[in-house]
Design a protein around this ligand. Structure first.
Ligand code: HEM
Length: 504
């Protein structure tokens, strides 16, 4: 009898240990059941349709998040604190240097395949290393982008859409547009992604298929067992191939010589005016090691196209649902012809980024010293949550943008209402700045580590949408064309559009 009771007690303790965080982990915060982390996997095993991230958030996370604006959640093989309220965001931004240190995949999951892809770069590093990277990259990304390349990319995008017929699977074409834009404008190279995609495109697509596999996304620790999962060895080889392709085409001849790479000549604009020139100089002067150069080159290519790709797909989905919105944009564009930006489109892009943030959740901050996170409570009195060093903390843009703690977007945070942003470009930019600094609009993050590619991304979105609408009337080609991705970056899944030439 005693043995049986002991066995039960041990079993209960083991189940508790496996399914709940330690009692001292962020005490007072609601815990999201561990199985939510495995939902995409469970549903795909059961043959059930996958839920979009918006549905998963609304069903399983929002109710707990509404208690204190933060929850404890299992992700990336460990328990984390997920912040979903402006009050929490402000603390994350404000104490970025002192307490909430960036800690990217290469530190959090050093042996995972995703870490081989991203490495140590400007997005994932902290402290002195980040300062070195930021000193070279941030000013160049803000001031030395050759936006003239966007006209070329947009013209090719429209030509490609004309060529591909009436019903178009847009995700891959939009990806090629985003790759074209970043290589032309950031690296000054014309790789012709929309006309004759170079191998980088195919290899990158395969890499993403491996990275966003539901099993390894849910349990990255499985990457430690390549003998059991030989597909992970293939994924690593593909990542090495992607590196080789990028190195063969992007760096200058001098940088390639320094890296001992094969030299392939690719048409380029005068190099001293772009980001790549500054990166190459950092390599040639020894500011970056070869590995740091490669990891930063990769991340600029990836961050520079992936988020724009998701955002453009989401804007196209929103427009395809509403023909009137498309007519209004055309009229507003006529009204503001010759000016940089149509205010109406500017507001639509911001509202889309609010409701469909390309990075919907990011857990990449690590508590450096014991600290307290102060959060609101439904009852009124704030909750003070002690956090131990080593705790991973992140944020959810869904929670921040759609939750009850955010006063600016009330009373209808879930409704698509571009007019809430204002009617002039200046008003819209001012609201974007204010809400970013109040932790209410986090699509580009905020504080010290805010996105330096924001201006380029917005311009790329404006020009591409304007070019598409000048030629086509859009509608959804299938009923489920607005289901969102189940994990990772946020966008409509397999968006198919019907494109009818304007005036037909
Ligand atoms: C709609 C498009 C974009 C969105 C939504 C977006 C979003 C973000 C977010 C949320 C962060 C902060 C990440 C974190 O806190 O860990 C970030 C950082 C960054 N983004 Fe973007 N981004 C976009 C486009 C771009 C583009 C086009 C580029 C480059 C050409 C770029 C380059 C970067 C870099 C280098 C950082 C790291 C900044 C630092 O830590 O110093 N992004 N971005």
């Amino acid at each position: 009898m005693i043995i049986f009771a002991c066995a039960i007690a041990v079993a209960i303790a083991a189940i508790r240990w496996l399914t709940l965080p330690p009692r001292t982990f962020a005490p007072g915060l609601p815990v999201i059941p561990i199985w939510v982390a495995f939902l995409p996997l469970i549903r795909s095993w059961l043959g059930l349709p996958l839920l979009g991230q918006d549905e998963t958030y609304a069903r399983y996370i929002a109710p707990a998040m509404s208690k204190h604006g933060a929850v404890v959640i299992f992700f990336g093989s460990q328990w984390n604190v997920l912040v979903g309220c402006p009050q929490g965001m402000i603390q994350l931004f404000g104490r970025e240097r002192s307490v909430f240190h960036k800690s990217g995949n290469h530190r959090k999951l050093p042996r995972a395949v995703i870490s081989a892809l991203t490495g140590g770069n400007i997005i994932s590093e902290t402290g002195e290393k980040w300062r070195t990277f930021a000193h070279v990259i941030r000013p160049a990304l803000k001031d030395r982008i050759n936006t003239g390349g966007l006209d070329v990319a947009c013209a090719r995008l429209v030509q490609r859409l004309r060529r591909d017929g009436e019903v178009v699977a847009v995700t891959s074409i939009v990806q090629q547009y985003a790759m074209e834009a970043v290589t032309l404008c950031v690296f000054g190279k014309d790789l012709n992604f929309l006309v004759q995609p170079p191998r980088i495109h195919a290899v990158h697509t395969l890499v993403k298929r491996h990275i966003f596999h539901p099993l390894f996304l849910s349990v990255p620790a499985l990457d430690n067992y390549p003998r059991l999962f030989p597909g992970r060895v293939v994924a690593r080889k593909l990542i090495a191939q992607l590196e080789q392709e990028l190195l063969a085409t992007l760096p200058s001849a001098e940088a390639k010589a320094a890296l001992s790479c094969k030299v392939i000549d690719v048409a380029s604009s005068p190099s001293s005016s772009n980001v790549l020139f500054d990166l190459d100089q950092a390599l040639l002067h020894g500011t970056f090691t070869s590995r740091e150069y490669i990891d930063n080159l990769k991340i600029l290519f990836i961050a520079g196209h992936e988020n724009v790709q998701q955002a453009l797909c989401s804007v196209l989905m929103v427009l395809a649902r509403d023909p009137m919105l498309q007519d209004d944009i055309r009229q507003d564009a006529l009204l503001h012809r010759g000016k940089d930006t149509s205010p109406f489109l500017h507001a639509i892009v911001h509202e889309t980024l609010r409701l469909y943030p390309p990075i919907p959740q990011l857990i990449n901050r690590r508590v450096a010293d014991p600290c307290v996170l102060s959060l609101p409570s439904q009852g009124g009195a704030p909750l003070h949550v002690p956090l131990q060093p080593g705790t991973y903390v992140g944020w959810t843009a869904f929670g921040v943008h759609r939750g009850p703690w955010n006063s600016t977007w009330q009373p209808d945070p879930d409704v698509f209402r571009p007019s809430r942003w204002g009617t002039t470009v200046d008003n819209i930019d001012a609201l974007a700045r204010e809400t970013r600094s109040r932790g209410e609009f986090t699509s580009f993050h905020g504080g010290l580590r805010a996105c330096p590619g924001q201006a380029f991304a917005l311009r790329s979105l404006h020009l591409s949408v304007t070019a598409i609408l000048a030629d086509f009337q859009l509608s959804l080609a299938s009923d489920d064309g607005t289901k969102l991705t189940p994990g990772g970056l946020l966008a409509p899944r397999n968006l198919h559009l019907r494109l009818v030439p304007v005036g037909k």
